[in-house]
Design a protein around this ligand. Structure first.
Ligand code: GRG
Length: 339
């Protein structure tokens, strides 16, 4: 027997058990309202993803009417970099694949694909692909399986997968597969649940999950369900790490793609997610008792959506690959492979 993994202790007798929908919506819509604060200024660099977390979470909670659609579409246009064809997180910042995916996801969700200049977006993504099939995140040349996922997800959302070399891109993803069945950010890098989601999501979008053989798939599903910690019921992202609500997305979505979601103890995990809500301010934190933020609020809600602990009148169904409401994916007629 190995030593027990690190974990946190939660008093489930007094922990929050209800889903605080109203409070979460107020928390999300109020977040970042004041544009003159220090906190707002220093988070410019991830603003586009913040808007994606906000829109997706509100939509899943049946509250997308609480956002100002025109303001958001206008903001996205201000972040479009006409020189590269990609999108920046905030006006006057550099474009990057991470924020380009968020921008495309929001425009698709708001049914404003007409705002996307498909040709320049495709050429932006194409020129970021490297000889070995990997993708740079931007002009500065960092390579990461996250960027492969972002590139393919953007192209899939605008029906332009043919733009890049899918076979080489798939070979690169497979070169990041490790002996334990997991995937890292580059070849030889440690397996991490976030990167596993990106690699499985990539293979699902290009319909090449067959590249992972059956015994490796089972090993990977075991690795993923071992992320559930005995005491708290929460999930971590790799061995010996503390549980964090966001892994309720990265791990569960990966298990859903593999057809092994039932390997997780859903009751224990949903208790952990609900306990991480802040019952004063609304929003979810990484762990019970910590400060809430929109990132963990979205991934708490998407985790609960995958677990189906509430009906669809409470939380809409989320798509396990693109992390968008399922109705949006159906409206675009997008298909992907799930095992
Ligand atoms: C469409 C949902 C969506 C995502 C786009 C950007 C991206 C694609 C995926 C990110 C996947 C990823 C790497 C998630 C992990 C995020 C995270 C909490 C990283 C923290 O890493 P550490 O090392 O945390 O600080 P641990 O938990 O390992 O200690």
């Amino acid at each position: 027997m190995g030593t027990p993994q690190r974990d946190v202790t939660i008093d489930y007798a007094t922990a929050q058990k209800e889903l605080l929908i109203e409070k979460h919506c107020a928390f999300l819509t109020g977040y970042g309202q004041s544009h003159s604060t220090y906190q707002y200024g220093v988070t410019d660099y991830l603003r586009m993803s913040g808007i994606y977390w906000l829109c997706t979470c509100l939509d899943l909670l049946h509250s997308l009417d609480k956002i100002d659609r025109n303001y958001i579409v206008d903001y996205i246009q201000k972040c479009h970099d006409k020189t590269t064809g990609g999108y920046a997180p905030a006006p006057n910042h550099d474009s990057h694949l991470l924020y380009t995916l968020s921008a495309v996801q929001i425009l698709v969700q708001l049914d404003r694909v007409d705002m996307i200049d498909k040709e320049s977006l495709c050429s932006y993504i194409k020129q970021l692909q490297q000889e070995d099939g990997s993708f740079f995140g931007d002009q500065w040349g960092e390579i990461d399986t996250r960027f492969s996922f972002c590139a393919i997800a953007c192209l899939k959302l605008i029906d332009s997968l043919h733009t890049v070399d899918i076979d080489r891109a798939t070979d690169f993803i497979m070169s990041c597969l490790n002996f334990d069945g997991g995937f890292g950010c580059i070849p030889g890098a440690e397996s991490h649940a976030g990167q596993i989601y990106c690699c499985l999501g990539f293979l699902s979008l290009v319909q090449r999950l067959d590249r992972i053989d059956l015994s490796t798939r089972n090993m990977l599903a075991w690795w993923l369900c071992e992320r559930q910690l005995e005491n708290s019921g929460g999930l971590n992202g790799r061995p010996e790490k503390l549980p964090d609500v966001c892994y309720s997305w990265w791990v569960l979505a990966s298990l859903k793609i593999l057809g092994k979601l039932q390997w997780i103890n859903s009751e224990k995990l949903s208790k952990f997610i609900l306990a991480a809500q802040d019952d004063e301010t609304g929003g979810c934190a990484d762990r019970p008792g910590n400060i809430p933020d929109p990132f963990h609020t979205l991934f708490g809600v998407t985790g609960l959506s995958l677990l189906k602990v509430f009906d669809e009148n409470t939380i809409k169904q989320v798509n396990p690959v693109l992390c968008m409401p399922e109705y949006v994916i159906q409206r675009r007629g997008i298909t992907m492979q799930l095992l």
